[in-house]
Design a protein around this ligand. Structure first.
Ligand code: ADP
Ligand code: MG
Length: 702
């Protein structure tokens, strides 16, 4: 993009509103906009025209193929490419792309996880165009492809992806939020959208070193590795100066993202060495979800071009911070109002207080579902494992709002809002500014941050779809309950006031402004009766409780069958992940570590013999050799045990939840037992003798 400005390249690879306006006949454009903006069903008569324009645009960009781009339950995106060509009678081809091909695809999808929804003999799956997320072209050295964001469902209409339920949940919250707005006399808004800005954390390591680590290649995280002399204790990486090589990566990543219309905005070094973060400007929920997938995909691709490897795993390195995503979430009307904006005097903003307390109620009633939505084998290393944030859901409101709610709770009404003071830094030349009324809290899993909630439990690898599906649905449900009551109320103001008070007193237990990492909070949360689901296997059942089935089916987000299949996929995925980790642990320990240690051991033994011959003291060599031998014996025993339990685990396939539980309780623990002596051995043998790069090499030599 030499010589090109950001504004020139932004969105150049997107079939966005401006392109549609320019290339589509006015009538067709207006019809399409109706679908995009008002959620009306797409008129099939215009599909051919849209498809033709889309193809022409893409072909001008060099595209030869198109793909329905979808998000199956594997957590990553899937695509099957078809060329635009169509043979003609004279043995040549013409380029064609019909409305039918745009609207509907039919990938033979029997190999995608379906959780029993679709037997392999009924392999039919459909992808359907989500025209609310714009099409785009993906460039690669091997060609250009037109990507059409789609939803993916089975022959019988069950959702097989993450996008379908996300769109359903967005419709649900739109519908219920609109009922509330109408009750408050809003006549201008016609739609409420959830806006989401996901902050993405990641690690970058040197590609050559990465390729020498089978654990990173197979599992995305290190299964072995002694701590280096320096970790993150100096806090000198956070917001530190970005190294040139990394800056080069970030520059290219930004440019690639901007071309795709992704508003990559903020970048900085994170807490751990080699860890970084990227945040886009927020967008509508489904677009933000699609964009986050592109962000992750491009991070990997661009890293590769720079001789780097991007690690998106939640915990690539034991002992240093892992990676997550902060899901910034708010509710915005099409007439420009953010329902989570408290204004200057929140105590007078009744609509805001109602929305706020509704969210408190939703989060308290369905804390288990929110926790579940962020659960994965990778994220288990963070949540509830002494790292940000804890596995207990609580809400941080900040001083100002907590004070307003307190007034309402104790006095029945709120008469004031604490205001931010003038900032006094004590230096006259610095500009004066107004402090925020509330400080931030870094340890809360669900924090109010000014005009949005920040859900911080999400893992770095997972799609942001699941947490948003849950959030949208549970809030829609409380909105629905509110609207049902208020629509019947004789005295509206009084009824609103009573509801707010009722919700505060019933759900204030979920509000916690203190340190979420402390042991006192664990005890306090238990006293308050808040769930603490410390692992994925503990969290998954929340999906299929009676309460969960009720809320999801009521708002047409999931059917019971879909929920059960998703729970099964989650259990299965957990079991498979730990199985791969266990097999990788065995492979690396047996084929790399044990042979390397034995070689070193025998070298030491030879040294001792030859040193003795010349009459030299060999006590040091002997001492090290003895220590190494003792650890090697431990290692060998741990390997045998891990092999045994991993073998046993595969025989438990009849009962998938029980199998997942066994992987958690037995296999995972046995893996840890292999790692311990191996990490001790790493510190006992010479650096050159160790078969792969160390933590120090990976984290500090980028
Ligand atoms: P940080 O939390 O790192 O201090 P910010 O608060 O500035 O950063 O924003 C983080 C993310 O939140 C960004 O992606 C931003 O676009 C997004 N964001 C800001 N306002 C909203 C909003 N009203 N709704 C949803 N996301 C928002
Ligand atoms: Mg943040």
């Amino acid at each position: 993009m030499k010589g090109q400005s950001v504004t020139e390249i932004f969105g150049t690879n997107v079939f966005n509103d401006a392109v549609m306006k320019e290339r589509l006949p006015k009538k067709v454009y207006q019809e399409l906009k109706k679908t995009i903006e008002n959620g009306e069903t797409l008129n099939p008569d215009i599909a051919d025209t849209v498809a033709q324009a889309m193809m022409e645009w893409a072909v001008e960009k060099g595209a030869t193929h198109y793909t329905h781009w979808f998000q199956p339950m594997t957590g990553i995106t899937a695509e099957k490419h078809d060329a635009f060509i169509n043979p003609t009678s004279d043995g040549k081809v013409i380029l064609e792309f019909s409305g039918k091909e745009l609207i509907k695809g039919e990938p033979d999808a029997s190999s995608f996880p379906s959780g029993g929804l679709r037997a392999t003999f009924e392999a039919r799956g459909y992808t359907a165009w989500d025209c609310t997320s714009p099409a785009f072209v993906k460039e690669s050295p091997n060609g250009v492809t037109l990507c059409i964001p789609t939803a993916f469902c089975s022959y019988t209409g069950e959702a097989l992806d993450k996008k379908t339920p996300l769109l359903r949940s967005m419709e649900a919250i739109d519908k219920q939020a609109m009922r509330i707005l109408k009750l408050f006399g809003n006549t201008t808004a016609t739609k409420v959208t959830t806006s989401v800005g996901p902050e993405q954390e990641y690690f970058l390591v040197d590609k050559e070193k990465y390729l020498k680590r089978k654990d990173l290649i197979f599992t995305g995280r290190t299964l072995f590795g002694a701590m280096p002399p320096k970790g993150q204790e100096m806090d000198d990486h956070y917001f530190g100066i970005i190294k040139e090589r990394i800056a080069g990566f970030m520059k290219e990543l930004n440019e690639e993202l901007w071309k795709l219309g992704v508003t990559a905005k903020t970048q900085h070094n994170e807490v751990a060495p080699a860890q970084h973060e990227l945040a886009p400007i927020y967008a509508s929920n489904n677009v933000a979800t699609d964009h986050n997938q592109l962000v992750m995909e491009l991070m990997k691709k661009v890293a590769d071009r720079h001789g780097l490897a991007c690690l998106l795993h939640e915990k690539p390195f034991a002992g240093v911070n892992g990676s997550g995503k902060h899901n910034n979430w708010s509710l915005v009307t099409d007439d420009g109002l953010n329902l989570l904006d408290p204004g200057k005097t929140p105590h007078e903003n009744v609509q805001f207080l109602l929305v706020l307390t509704a969210i408190l109620r939703a989060v308290d009633l369905h804390a288990d579902l929110l926790r579940m939505s962020a659960a994965s084998a990778g994220n288990d290393h963070r949540l509830g494992a002494n790292e940000a944030p804890p596995a207990i859901i609580s809400v941080f409101l900040g001083e100002q709002l907590e004070d307003v709610l307190n007034q309402l709770d104790t006095k029945g009404e709120a008469t004031s809002s604490k205001q931010g003071e003038k900032m006094a830094v004590g230096v006259h030349t610095l500009p004066e500014f107004q402090k925020d009324a509330t400080d931030r809290n870094r340890t809360s899993p669900f924090a109010f941050t000014g005009n949005k909630f920040e859900f911080r439990m999400l893992g770095s690898t997972a799609s942001i779809a699941n947490p948003n599906i849950v959030l949208n649905t549970i809030v829609a449900d409380v909105f629905c309950e509110i609207a049902d009551k208020l629509e019947k109320a004789e005295d509206f103001d009084l009824a609103v006031h009573d509801l707010i008070k009722e919700y505060i007193s019933e759900h204030k237990r979920i509000v916690f402004n203190g340190n979420g990492y402390s042991d006192e909070w664990l005890a306090e949360a238990e006293r308050r009766g808040l769930p603490n689901l410390t692992s994925t296997v503990d969290a998954i059942p929340a999906l299929i409780t009676e309460k969960s089935i009720k809320v999801f089916t009521k708002h047409n987000v999931f059917t019971e069958t879909e929920l059960r299949s998703r729970a099964e996929i989650k259990f299965e995925n957990y079991a498979k992940t730990i199985n791969i980790e266990a097999l990788s642990t065995l492979d690396i320990a047996k084929k790399q570590i044990v042979p390397a240690v034995m070689k070193y051991q025998s070298q030491l033994a030879k040294d001792i013999i030859s040193l003795k011959e010349v009459g030299v003291d060999t006590s040091v060599q002997k001492e090290i050799l003895d220590k190494i031998t003792a650890e090697l014996v431990k290692l060998q025993a741990a390997i045998a045990k891990l092999a045994e339990v991993t073998e046993k685990a595969t025989t438990l396939e009849e009962d998938i939840p029980a199998q997942a539980r066994y992987y958690h309780d037995e296999v995972f623990a046995a893996m840890q037992a292999v790692r311990e002596p191996a990490d001790v051995l790493e510190m006992l043998v010479a650096k050159e003798a160790w078969p792969f790069p160390s933590y120090g090499d990976l984290l500090f030599e980028v």
